[in-house]
Design a protein around this ligand. Sequence first.
Ligand code: FCB
Length: 462
Amino acid sequence: MPTSFPPGFVWGAATAAYQVEGAVHEDGRTPSIWDTFCRTPGKVLNGDTGDTATDHYHRRAEDVRLMSELGLGAYRFSVSWPRVQPTGKGAASRSGLDFYRRLVDDLLAHGIKPVLTLYHWDLPQELETAGGWPARDTAHRFADYAELVARALGDRVDSWATLNEPWCSAFLGYAAGIHAPGRTDDAAALRAAHHLNLAHGLGARALRATLPRGARIAVVLNPNAVRARTTSPGDLDAQRRIDALSTRIFTGPMLRGAYPADLIADTAGITDWSFVHDGDTSVIKHPLDWLGINYYAPSVVSATTDNHPSPAPSPYPGAQSVTFHQPPGPRTAMDWTVDPTGLHDLLMRFTHEAPGLPLAVSENGAAYDDTVDARGAVRDPDRIAYLHGHFDAVLRALGDGADVWGYFVWSLMDNFEWAYGYSKRFGIVYVDYSTLARTPKASAGWYRDVIRAGRVLPVPTG
Ligand code: FCB
Protein backbone atom coordinates (compact mmCIF):
# COMPACT_ATOMS: atom_id res chain seq x y z
CA MET A 1 0.00 0.00 0.00
CA PRO A 2 1.39 3.46 -0.89
CA THR A 3 2.15 5.72 2.06
CA SER A 4 1.30 8.96 0.33
CA PHE A 5 -1.20 10.25 -2.20
CA PRO A 6 -0.05 10.83 -5.79
CA PRO A 7 1.13 14.32 -6.73
CA GLY A 8 -1.83 16.28 -8.04
CA PHE A 9 -4.36 14.35 -5.94
CA VAL A 10 -7.23 16.78 -5.36
CA TRP A 11 -8.48 17.36 -1.83
CA GLY A 12 -11.79 19.09 -1.53
CA ALA A 13 -14.99 19.62 0.39
CA ALA A 14 -18.59 19.39 -0.79
CA THR A 15 -21.90 21.12 -0.14
CA ALA A 16 -25.23 21.40 -1.95
CA ALA A 17 -27.25 24.50 -2.78
CA TYR A 18 -30.36 23.92 -0.67
CA GLN A 19 -28.32 22.74 2.30
CA VAL A 20 -26.20 25.89 2.59
CA GLU A 21 -27.39 28.83 0.51
CA GLY A 22 -30.53 30.15 2.21
CA ALA A 23 -31.83 33.30 0.44
CA VAL A 24 -34.72 31.27 -0.90
CA HIS A 25 -36.78 34.30 -1.86
CA GLU A 26 -34.01 36.42 -3.34
CA ASP A 27 -33.24 37.47 -6.89
CA GLY A 28 -36.26 35.79 -8.40
CA ARG A 29 -35.68 32.29 -7.04
CA THR A 30 -38.89 30.26 -7.00
CA PRO A 31 -39.67 27.38 -4.61
CA SER A 32 -38.14 23.97 -5.17
CA ILE A 33 -39.70 20.71 -4.04
CA TRP A 34 -37.65 21.02 -0.85
CA ASP A 35 -39.22 24.39 0.05
CA THR A 36 -42.61 22.75 -0.31
CA PHE A 37 -41.63 19.59 1.55
CA CYS A 38 -40.20 21.57 4.48
CA ARG A 39 -43.55 23.31 4.82
CA THR A 40 -45.46 20.04 4.91
CA PRO A 41 -46.11 19.28 8.59
CA GLY A 42 -44.23 16.28 9.97
CA LYS A 43 -41.82 15.87 7.06
CA VAL A 44 -38.70 17.61 8.39
CA LEU A 45 -37.53 17.37 11.98
CA ASN A 46 -38.53 20.40 14.09
CA GLY A 47 -40.14 21.98 11.02
CA ASP A 48 -36.68 23.17 9.93
CA THR A 49 -36.34 24.72 6.48
CA GLY A 50 -33.53 25.84 4.18
CA ASP A 51 -34.80 29.44 4.25
CA THR A 52 -31.58 30.68 5.84
CA ALA A 53 -29.50 27.50 6.00
CA THR A 54 -25.90 28.66 6.59
CA ASP A 55 -26.50 31.88 4.62
CA HIS A 56 -23.78 30.90 2.17
CA TYR A 57 -25.53 33.04 -0.47
CA HIS A 58 -24.46 36.14 1.47
CA ARG A 59 -21.31 34.75 3.11
CA ARG A 60 -19.80 33.37 -0.07
CA ALA A 61 -16.63 35.45 0.09
CA GLU A 62 -15.97 34.58 3.74
CA ASP A 63 -16.60 30.89 3.01
CA VAL A 64 -14.17 30.85 0.10
CA ARG A 65 -11.54 32.50 2.32
CA LEU A 66 -12.13 29.78 4.88
CA MET A 67 -11.67 27.09 2.22
CA SER A 68 -8.42 28.74 1.24
CA GLU A 69 -7.22 28.79 4.85
CA LEU A 70 -7.95 25.07 5.05
CA GLY A 71 -5.79 24.52 1.99
CA LEU A 72 -8.61 23.00 -0.07
CA GLY A 73 -7.74 22.30 -3.68
CA ALA A 74 -11.35 21.96 -4.83
CA TYR A 75 -14.90 22.83 -3.85
CA ARG A 76 -17.83 20.71 -4.98
CA PHE A 77 -21.05 22.73 -4.93
CA SER A 78 -24.40 22.48 -6.65
CA VAL A 79 -26.36 25.01 -8.66
CA SER A 80 -29.91 25.66 -7.54
CA TRP A 81 -32.13 25.07 -10.57
CA PRO A 82 -34.98 27.34 -9.37
CA ARG A 83 -32.46 30.10 -8.72
CA VAL A 84 -31.04 30.15 -12.24
CA GLN A 85 -34.15 29.11 -14.21
CA PRO A 86 -37.01 30.04 -11.93
CA THR A 87 -39.90 28.29 -13.63
CA GLY A 88 -37.87 25.28 -14.71
CA LYS A 89 -38.09 26.34 -18.32
CA GLY A 90 -37.25 29.27 -20.54
CA ALA A 91 -34.89 32.11 -19.89
CA ALA A 92 -32.18 32.18 -17.27
CA SER A 93 -32.21 34.47 -14.27
CA ARG A 94 -29.26 36.76 -14.69
CA SER A 95 -28.96 37.55 -11.00
CA GLY A 96 -29.22 33.87 -10.10
CA LEU A 97 -26.38 33.00 -12.45
CA ASP A 98 -24.37 35.98 -11.17
CA PHE A 99 -24.15 34.37 -7.74
CA TYR A 100 -22.42 31.33 -9.24
CA ARG A 101 -20.22 33.49 -11.47
CA ARG A 102 -18.99 35.33 -8.39
CA LEU A 103 -18.56 32.11 -6.44
CA VAL A 104 -16.50 30.53 -9.22
CA ASP A 105 -14.43 33.69 -9.69
CA ASP A 106 -13.66 33.78 -5.96
CA LEU A 107 -12.68 30.11 -6.00
CA LEU A 108 -10.40 30.54 -9.00
CA ALA A 109 -8.83 33.63 -7.46
CA HIS A 110 -7.91 31.46 -4.45
CA GLY A 111 -6.60 28.62 -6.62
CA ILE A 112 -9.55 26.35 -5.70
CA LYS A 113 -10.95 24.16 -8.45
CA PRO A 114 -14.75 24.47 -8.84
CA VAL A 115 -16.56 21.15 -9.28
CA LEU A 116 -20.14 21.85 -10.23
CA THR A 117 -23.15 19.56 -9.74
CA LEU A 118 -26.22 20.59 -11.71
CA TYR A 119 -28.86 18.76 -9.69
CA HIS A 120 -28.63 18.06 -5.99
CA TRP A 121 -32.35 17.43 -5.41
CA ASP A 122 -33.92 20.89 -5.66
CA LEU A 123 -36.35 20.41 -8.54
CA PRO A 124 -38.33 23.59 -9.34
CA GLN A 125 -41.76 23.06 -7.75
CA GLU A 126 -43.43 24.00 -11.03
CA LEU A 127 -41.88 20.96 -12.67
CA GLU A 128 -43.05 18.69 -9.86
CA THR A 129 -46.54 20.11 -10.24
CA ALA A 130 -46.31 19.23 -13.93
CA GLY A 131 -45.48 15.61 -13.04
CA GLY A 132 -41.96 15.67 -11.56
CA TRP A 133 -39.39 12.99 -12.33
CA PRO A 134 -42.04 10.35 -13.17
CA ALA A 135 -42.84 12.57 -16.18
CA ARG A 136 -40.58 12.17 -19.20
CA ASP A 137 -40.62 15.87 -20.03
CA THR A 138 -38.64 16.64 -16.85
CA ALA A 139 -35.59 14.96 -18.44
CA HIS A 140 -35.84 17.33 -21.41
CA ARG A 141 -36.27 20.31 -19.10
CA PHE A 142 -33.08 19.20 -17.31
CA ALA A 143 -31.12 19.12 -20.58
CA ASP A 144 -32.21 22.71 -21.36
CA TYR A 145 -31.18 23.78 -17.86
CA ALA A 146 -27.81 22.03 -18.26
CA GLU A 147 -27.17 23.93 -21.48
CA LEU A 148 -28.08 27.24 -19.90
CA VAL A 149 -25.67 26.74 -16.99
CA ALA A 150 -22.95 25.48 -19.33
CA ARG A 151 -23.29 28.65 -21.45
CA ALA A 152 -22.95 30.83 -18.38
CA LEU A 153 -20.12 29.04 -16.55
CA GLY A 154 -18.41 26.87 -19.15
CA ASP A 155 -15.62 29.37 -19.61
CA ARG A 156 -14.50 28.98 -16.00
CA VAL A 157 -15.64 25.55 -14.71
CA ASP A 158 -14.13 22.44 -16.22
CA SER A 159 -15.47 19.71 -13.89
CA TRP A 160 -19.19 19.02 -14.18
CA ALA A 161 -21.56 16.46 -12.71
CA THR A 162 -25.10 16.09 -13.98
CA LEU A 163 -26.95 14.52 -11.02
CA ASN A 164 -26.16 13.83 -7.39
CA GLU A 165 -27.37 10.46 -6.12
CA PRO A 166 -30.33 9.84 -8.42
CA TRP A 167 -31.19 6.86 -6.19
CA CYS A 168 -32.21 9.27 -3.42
CA SER A 169 -34.21 11.47 -5.82
CA ALA A 170 -36.15 8.50 -7.20
CA PHE A 171 -36.58 6.18 -4.24
CA LEU A 172 -36.46 8.37 -1.14
CA GLY A 173 -38.52 10.98 -2.99
CA TYR A 174 -41.15 8.87 -4.79
CA ALA A 175 -41.20 5.42 -3.07
CA ALA A 176 -40.35 5.89 0.62
CA GLY A 177 -41.62 9.48 0.63
CA ILE A 178 -39.06 10.58 3.20
CA HIS A 179 -37.47 13.12 0.84
CA ALA A 180 -39.19 15.70 -1.35
CA PRO A 181 -41.63 15.47 -3.01
CA GLY A 182 -42.77 12.86 -0.47
CA ARG A 183 -44.69 10.53 -2.76
CA THR A 184 -45.11 6.81 -2.03
CA ASP A 185 -45.76 5.16 -5.36
CA ASP A 186 -43.42 2.33 -6.39
CA ALA A 187 -44.29 2.48 -10.09
CA ALA A 188 -43.74 6.24 -10.13
CA ALA A 189 -40.37 5.77 -8.41
CA LEU A 190 -39.17 3.36 -11.11
CA ARG A 191 -40.32 5.78 -13.82
CA ALA A 192 -38.51 8.55 -11.94
CA ALA A 193 -35.30 6.48 -11.90
CA HIS A 194 -35.49 6.03 -15.67
CA HIS A 195 -36.19 9.71 -16.30
CA LEU A 196 -33.29 10.67 -14.05
CA ASN A 197 -31.08 8.36 -16.11
CA LEU A 198 -32.43 9.96 -19.27
CA ALA A 199 -31.88 13.43 -17.81
CA HIS A 200 -28.29 12.46 -17.12
CA GLY A 201 -27.79 11.27 -20.72
CA LEU A 202 -29.53 14.24 -22.34
CA GLY A 203 -27.81 16.60 -19.92
CA ALA A 204 -24.37 15.12 -20.58
CA ARG A 205 -25.00 15.45 -24.31
CA ALA A 206 -26.01 19.12 -23.90
CA LEU A 207 -22.94 19.78 -21.76
CA ARG A 208 -20.64 18.16 -24.31
CA ALA A 209 -22.16 20.22 -27.11
CA THR A 210 -21.87 23.47 -25.17
CA LEU A 211 -18.72 23.25 -23.05
CA PRO A 212 -15.24 23.89 -24.36
CA ARG A 213 -13.17 20.87 -25.31
CA GLY A 214 -11.44 19.50 -22.24
CA ALA A 215 -14.43 19.88 -19.92
CA ARG A 216 -14.83 16.80 -17.76
CA ILE A 217 -18.37 15.45 -17.44
CA ALA A 218 -19.52 13.04 -14.73
CA VAL A 219 -22.41 11.76 -12.69
CA VAL A 220 -22.31 11.33 -8.92
CA LEU A 221 -23.83 8.10 -7.61
CA ASN A 222 -24.22 6.52 -4.20
CA PRO A 223 -23.62 2.89 -5.07
CA ASN A 224 -24.65 0.62 -2.23
CA ALA A 225 -21.86 -1.42 -0.62
CA VAL A 226 -24.37 -4.16 0.15
CA ARG A 227 -23.33 -7.39 1.75
CA ALA A 228 -25.22 -10.62 2.32
CA ARG A 229 -25.53 -11.59 6.00
CA THR A 230 -24.59 -15.19 5.18
CA THR A 231 -23.66 -17.04 2.04
CA SER A 232 -27.00 -18.85 1.97
CA PRO A 233 -28.71 -18.71 -1.45
CA GLY A 234 -31.57 -16.67 0.04
CA ASP A 235 -29.26 -14.04 1.53
CA LEU A 236 -27.18 -13.85 -1.65
CA ASP A 237 -30.36 -13.34 -3.62
CA ALA A 238 -31.38 -10.53 -1.26
CA GLN A 239 -28.01 -8.90 -1.92
CA ARG A 240 -28.48 -9.28 -5.67
CA ARG A 241 -31.93 -7.64 -5.54
CA ILE A 242 -30.75 -4.67 -3.52
CA ASP A 243 -27.68 -4.24 -5.69
CA ALA A 244 -29.97 -4.11 -8.75
CA LEU A 245 -32.39 -1.63 -7.16
CA SER A 246 -29.77 0.67 -5.73
CA THR A 247 -26.76 0.56 -8.03
CA ARG A 248 -27.19 -1.39 -11.27
CA ILE A 249 -30.44 0.45 -12.09
CA PHE A 250 -28.14 3.41 -12.79
CA THR A 251 -24.83 1.87 -13.77
CA GLY A 252 -26.52 -0.65 -16.11
CA PRO A 253 -27.77 1.96 -18.58
CA MET A 254 -25.01 4.50 -17.86
CA LEU A 255 -22.02 2.20 -18.25
CA ARG A 256 -23.38 -0.66 -20.34
CA GLY A 257 -26.37 0.80 -22.17
CA ALA A 258 -28.98 -1.63 -20.77
CA TYR A 259 -31.15 -2.19 -17.72
CA PRO A 260 -30.23 -5.41 -15.90
CA ALA A 261 -32.53 -8.30 -16.83
CA ASP A 262 -32.85 -9.37 -13.18
CA LEU A 263 -34.08 -5.89 -12.19
CA ILE A 264 -36.78 -5.98 -14.86
CA ALA A 265 -37.85 -9.45 -13.73
CA ASP A 266 -37.83 -8.51 -10.02
CA THR A 267 -40.10 -5.49 -10.65
CA ALA A 268 -42.43 -7.10 -13.20
CA GLY A 269 -45.31 -6.98 -10.73
CA ILE A 270 -44.94 -3.20 -10.45
CA THR A 271 -44.23 -2.01 -13.97
CA ASP A 272 -43.67 -3.30 -17.49
CA TRP A 273 -40.94 -0.70 -18.10
CA SER A 274 -42.73 0.55 -21.22
CA PHE A 275 -41.57 4.04 -20.24
CA VAL A 276 -38.14 3.07 -21.62
CA HIS A 277 -38.35 4.16 -25.25
CA ASP A 278 -36.22 2.90 -28.11
CA GLY A 279 -32.89 4.66 -28.11
CA ASP A 280 -33.10 5.87 -24.48
CA THR A 281 -30.40 3.61 -23.16
CA SER A 282 -27.93 4.67 -25.84
CA VAL A 283 -28.56 8.30 -24.85
CA ILE A 284 -27.98 7.35 -21.20
CA LYS A 285 -24.71 5.60 -22.02
CA HIS A 286 -23.07 8.91 -22.83
CA PRO A 287 -19.29 8.65 -22.41
CA LEU A 288 -18.19 9.83 -18.96
CA ASP A 289 -14.91 11.54 -18.10
CA TRP A 290 -15.11 10.58 -14.44
CA LEU A 291 -17.50 8.95 -11.99
CA GLY A 292 -18.26 10.38 -8.56
CA ILE A 293 -18.78 7.88 -5.76
CA ASN A 294 -20.46 8.99 -2.53
CA TYR A 295 -19.94 6.60 0.34
CA TYR A 296 -20.89 6.69 4.01
CA ALA A 297 -21.63 3.17 5.27
CA PRO A 298 -22.22 -0.37 4.04
CA SER A 299 -25.52 -2.30 4.19
CA VAL A 300 -26.13 -5.86 5.28
CA VAL A 301 -29.15 -7.80 4.03
CA SER A 302 -30.73 -11.19 4.40
CA ALA A 303 -33.78 -12.96 3.08
CA THR A 304 -36.78 -12.08 5.26
CA THR A 305 -37.54 -14.89 7.64
CA ASP A 306 -40.51 -13.47 9.54
CA ASN A 307 -43.82 -12.63 7.91
CA HIS A 308 -44.08 -9.12 9.28
CA PRO A 309 -42.45 -6.77 6.82
CA SER A 310 -42.18 -3.21 8.06
CA PRO A 311 -45.40 -1.25 7.46
CA ALA A 312 -43.44 1.89 6.42
CA PRO A 313 -43.14 2.49 2.67
CA SER A 314 -39.82 1.08 1.48
CA PRO A 315 -37.31 2.74 -0.82
CA TYR A 316 -36.82 -0.65 -2.54
CA PRO A 317 -39.87 -1.40 -4.70
CA GLY A 318 -40.71 -5.07 -4.77
CA ALA A 319 -38.06 -6.09 -2.24
CA GLN A 320 -40.37 -7.08 0.63
CA SER A 321 -38.44 -10.34 0.76
CA VAL A 322 -35.33 -8.52 2.00
CA THR A 323 -34.46 -7.55 5.58
CA PHE A 324 -31.85 -4.91 6.39
CA HIS A 325 -29.54 -5.42 9.40
CA GLN A 326 -27.32 -3.00 11.23
CA PRO A 327 -23.75 -3.84 10.19
CA PRO A 328 -21.37 -4.41 13.11
CA GLY A 329 -19.02 -1.66 14.25
CA PRO A 330 -19.09 1.82 15.78
CA ARG A 331 -21.84 4.18 14.63
CA THR A 332 -22.09 7.86 13.81
CA ALA A 333 -24.84 10.21 15.00
CA MET A 334 -26.86 9.07 11.94
CA ASP A 335 -26.61 5.52 13.33
CA TRP A 336 -24.56 4.66 10.26
CA THR A 337 -21.85 2.05 10.80
CA VAL A 338 -18.25 3.19 10.39
CA ASP A 339 -16.67 0.71 7.97
CA PRO A 340 -14.12 2.01 5.46
CA THR A 341 -13.85 -1.39 3.75
CA GLY A 342 -17.08 -0.50 1.92
CA LEU A 343 -15.33 2.43 0.25
CA HIS A 344 -12.41 0.27 -0.83
CA ASP A 345 -14.85 -2.33 -2.20
CA LEU A 346 -16.73 0.26 -4.27
CA LEU A 347 -13.58 1.84 -5.68
CA MET A 348 -12.34 -1.60 -6.72
CA ARG A 349 -15.74 -2.58 -8.11
CA PHE A 350 -15.79 0.36 -10.52
CA THR A 351 -12.12 -0.07 -11.33
CA HIS A 352 -13.09 -3.49 -12.66
CA GLU A 353 -16.51 -2.63 -14.09
CA ALA A 354 -15.47 0.56 -15.84
CA PRO A 355 -11.81 0.15 -16.72
CA GLY A 356 -10.15 3.43 -17.62
CA LEU A 357 -12.84 5.60 -16.03
CA PRO A 358 -11.29 7.95 -13.45
CA LEU A 359 -13.07 7.95 -10.10
CA ALA A 360 -13.50 10.53 -7.35
CA VAL A 361 -14.77 10.10 -3.83
CA SER A 362 -17.29 12.90 -4.30
CA GLU A 363 -18.72 12.66 -0.75
CA ASN A 364 -17.60 10.95 2.43
CA GLY A 365 -17.84 12.04 6.03
CA ALA A 366 -19.70 11.64 9.28
CA ALA A 367 -22.14 13.38 11.61
CA TYR A 368 -21.37 13.55 15.32
CA ASP A 369 -22.97 15.51 18.14
CA ASP A 370 -20.35 18.25 18.17
CA THR A 371 -20.32 20.93 20.84
CA VAL A 372 -18.28 24.07 21.42
CA ASP A 373 -16.17 23.89 24.58
CA ALA A 374 -15.50 26.66 27.10
CA ARG A 375 -12.53 27.87 25.08
CA GLY A 376 -14.61 28.06 21.92
CA ALA A 377 -13.03 24.97 20.35
CA VAL A 378 -14.82 22.00 18.77
CA ARG A 379 -13.00 18.75 19.38
CA ASP A 380 -14.24 15.99 17.08
CA PRO A 381 -11.87 13.02 17.45
CA ASP A 382 -14.50 10.58 16.15
CA ARG A 383 -14.71 12.46 12.86
CA ILE A 384 -10.92 12.51 12.56
CA ALA A 385 -10.86 8.75 13.16
CA TYR A 386 -13.61 8.28 10.55
CA LEU A 387 -11.71 10.31 7.95
CA HIS A 388 -8.44 8.60 8.82
CA GLY A 389 -9.96 5.18 8.14
CA HIS A 390 -11.49 6.28 4.85
CA PHE A 391 -8.32 8.01 3.62
CA ASP A 392 -6.51 4.75 4.29
CA ALA A 393 -9.16 2.92 2.24
CA VAL A 394 -8.56 5.31 -0.68
CA LEU A 395 -4.79 4.80 -0.40
CA ARG A 396 -5.29 1.05 -0.36
CA ALA A 397 -7.48 1.27 -3.48
CA LEU A 398 -4.84 3.40 -5.21
CA GLY A 399 -2.29 0.74 -4.37
CA ASP A 400 -4.64 -1.90 -5.79
CA GLY A 401 -4.85 -0.06 -9.12
CA ALA A 402 -7.87 2.26 -8.74
CA ASP A 403 -7.60 5.56 -10.62
CA VAL A 404 -8.91 7.99 -7.99
CA TRP A 405 -8.22 11.66 -8.73
CA GLY A 406 -9.77 13.31 -5.71
CA TYR A 407 -11.57 13.16 -2.39
CA PHE A 408 -14.31 15.51 -1.18
CA VAL A 409 -15.24 15.55 2.47
CA TRP A 410 -18.94 15.94 3.27
CA SER A 411 -19.21 18.58 4.32
CA LEU A 412 -17.36 21.84 4.37
CA MET A 413 -19.67 23.05 7.13
CA ASP A 414 -22.63 21.90 9.19
CA ASN A 415 -25.79 22.38 7.16
CA PHE A 416 -29.40 21.45 6.51
CA GLU A 417 -29.42 17.66 6.58
CA TRP A 418 -32.66 17.09 4.64
CA ALA A 419 -35.35 15.34 6.72
CA TYR A 420 -33.12 15.65 9.81
CA GLY A 421 -33.10 19.44 9.55
CA TYR A 422 -30.21 21.02 11.45
CA SER A 423 -29.95 18.19 13.99
CA LYS A 424 -27.06 16.38 12.27
CA ARG A 425 -23.68 18.06 11.96
CA PHE A 426 -21.52 16.75 9.10
CA GLY A 427 -19.21 19.76 8.78
CA ILE A 428 -15.49 20.04 9.38
CA VAL A 429 -16.50 23.61 10.20
CA TYR A 430 -19.03 24.18 12.99
CA VAL A 431 -21.93 26.53 12.32
CA ASP A 432 -23.64 28.29 15.22
CA TYR A 433 -27.18 28.54 13.88
CA SER A 434 -28.06 31.52 16.09
CA THR A 435 -25.19 33.72 14.87
CA LEU A 436 -24.18 31.78 11.74
CA ALA A 437 -20.57 32.10 12.92
CA ARG A 438 -18.22 29.48 11.48
CA THR A 439 -15.66 27.71 13.70
CA PRO A 440 -13.30 25.19 12.14
CA LYS A 441 -13.44 21.95 14.14
CA ALA A 442 -10.31 20.02 15.10
CA SER A 443 -10.97 17.81 12.04
CA ALA A 444 -10.58 20.86 9.77
CA GLY A 445 -7.09 21.52 11.15
CA TRP A 446 -6.19 17.85 10.82
CA TYR A 447 -7.52 17.78 7.24
CA ARG A 448 -5.45 20.89 6.41
CA ASP A 449 -2.35 19.10 7.73
CA VAL A 450 -3.14 15.95 5.71
CA ILE A 451 -3.55 18.06 2.57
CA ARG A 452 -0.25 19.77 3.22
CA ALA A 453 1.56 16.49 3.93
CA GLY A 454 -0.11 14.51 1.11
CA ARG A 455 -0.34 11.48 3.36
CA VAL A 456 -2.59 10.13 6.10
CA LEU A 457 -1.46 11.58 9.41
CA PRO A 458 -2.00 9.80 12.73
CA VAL A 459 -5.14 10.55 14.70
CA PRO A 460 -4.03 13.04 17.38
CA THR A 461 -4.24 11.67 20.90
CA GLY A 462 -5.38 13.56 24.00
C1 FCB B 1 -25.77 12.33 0.85
C2 FCB B 1 -26.22 13.63 0.20
C3 FCB B 1 -25.72 14.86 0.90
C4 FCB B 1 -25.74 14.71 2.41
C5 FCB B 1 -25.07 13.43 2.82
C6 FCB B 1 -25.00 13.22 4.31
O1 FCB B 1 -26.67 11.33 0.52
O2 FCB B 1 -25.79 13.68 -1.15
O3 FCB B 1 -26.51 15.96 0.46
O4 FCB B 1 -27.02 14.82 2.88
O5 FCB B 1 -25.72 12.34 2.23
